[in-house]
Design a protein around this ligand. Structure first.
Ligand SMILES: NC(=O)C1=CN([C@@H]2O[C@H](COP(=O)(O)OP(=O)(O)OC[C@H]3O[C@@H](n4cnc5c(N)ncnc54)[C@H](OP(=O)(O)O)[C@@H]3O)[C@@H](O)[C@H]2O)C=CC1
Ligand SMILES: N[C@@H](CC=O)C(=O)O
Length: 346
């Protein structure tokens, strides 16, 4: 007997959204039990709606050649919007993947609140709403008896937040340290290995789809700060804001600085850090010259890492989870599967 479908609305169909659709297509057989059925794909210009489930193979082919999904022949229209989806109420999970806005959280904040209030689970890659309102969103999710998956928001494929929530349950996290941004790590690596200057390396990161829609978020340290803040507030039960973090980016570094460090056996990394000093929490994002004995020294290319110290589970360092649209989409799928399996994130 075929299982009841898990009805999905995709909101935001850019790099990560498209990669997520490709994953659903490529993993169709493995996902038989969950039986995902995409009823909506909604972008800035409108969307696609099929109450019986959009044919994801056809849409994947179409969207490879066409940017405007409202032109999709079966159910595409500028009239299909987030509000029309809310009115129809025929979804179980909303996957929110619109651009991160660290100042307002919009449009993601409204999408997530309304989805949770309407009884839909939410999985998101959008850091803005989580950064600005996680506690409130968690309460709305609990009140409506639905889940909120945020694994993608603080490192994508790198298991940071879920490892903290699930695998470190019952332990107090005392400090968080990490190389949390793949774009800057990739840029620093490119500058060292090929000798190109910062701007050229940034272009490569953009071509690889890992830089933010607004790449200043990466290179000026805000993406690292955002992820650090999400980890700190969620895992250390704090209510800090970006204003509490001293933030520095990588825009002023030169190839000559990197080469000089390499001659001394050191590597530059953009490190985000939350540490408690005399009852005060200190948070910073800054370029650090690391020695080979530092666990973060070996984080290469688009990879990232997080290091937790805790009272009862010791020190844990997780390395890997390269940034990229497919790993980010895979982390969304991971949350979706865990919600299906009954995992409680909130
Ligand atoms: N790229 C990555 O590796 C990772 C990204 N993220 C996060 O995932 C999110 C998406 O990233 P990415 O796919 O790279 O970004 P993109 O800019 O490629 O895609 C964002 C999409 O959202 C659409 N959009 C904008 N406003 C709205 C709206 N009001 N309603 C519906 N859709 C809208 C955009 O449409 P249009 O193009 O028409 O403006 C675009 O298609 C961001 O929040 C990012 O921070 C998280 C982890 C990794
Ligand atoms: N721009 C980010 C993408 C994932 O969050 C990065 O480079 O890590």
């Amino acid at each position: 007997m075929r299982r009841k479908a898990m009805r999905i609305a995709i909101i935001g169909f850019g790099g990560v959204g498209r990669a997520f659709l490709r994953l659903l297509k490529d993993k169709k057989d493995e996902l038989k039990e969950i039986n995902p059925q995409v009823n909506y794909v909604i972008d800035y210009m409108g969307g696609i709606y099929d109450p019986e489930g959009i044919d994801i193979e056809k849409l994947a082919d179409f969207s490879e050649k066409n940017r405007d999904i409202t032109k999709y022949p079966i159910g595409g229209s500028p009239e299909i919007t987030f509000d029309s989806m809310l009115a129809n109420k025929d979804v179980d999970v909303v996957i929110e993947m619109t651009p991160t806005n660290k100042d307002t959280g919009e449009p993601g904040m409204t999408h997530i609140i309304k989805s949770l209030e309407n009884g839909f689970h939410v999985v998101t890659s959008n850091k803005g709403p989580i950064l600005l309102g996680y506690k409130k969103l968690k309460e709305i999710a609990r009140k409506n008896n639905v889940q909120l998956g945020i694994g993608c928001t603080s490192g994508g494929a790198l298991p940071t937040i879920n490892a903290g929530i699930i695998d470190m349950a019952g332990s107090n996290i005392l400090s968080i340290e990490g190389v949390l941004n793949g774009t800057t790590n990739f840029i620093l690596n490119e500058m060292e290995s090929t000798g190109v200057e910062y701007q050229e390396a940034l272009k490569k990161a953009q071509q690889a789809g890992i830089a933010e829609t607004d790449p200043t978020l990466d290179v000026e340290g805000w993406d690292t700060a955002t992820k650090l803040l999400i980890l700190t507030n969620v895992l250390m039960n704090e209510e800090k804001t970006l204003d509490d973090i001293k933030v520095e980016g990588i825009t002023s570094i030169k190839v000559s600085d990197i080469q000089e460090a390499a001659e001394n056996g050191q590597k530059y990394k953009l490190v985000g850090k939350t540490v408690r000093k005399e009852d005060k929490l200190e948070m910073s994002v800054r370029l650090e010259k690391l020695n080979p004995d530092n666990p973060l020294y070996g984080v290469d290319g688009k990879n990232k890492a997080v290091r937790y110290t805790s009272d009862t589970l010791g020190d844990l360092t997780i390395i890997g989870g390269a940034s990229g649209v497919t790993p980010a989409a895979a982390s969304i799928l991971r949350d979706l599967i865990n919600i299906y399996m009954g995992c409680k994130f909130v």
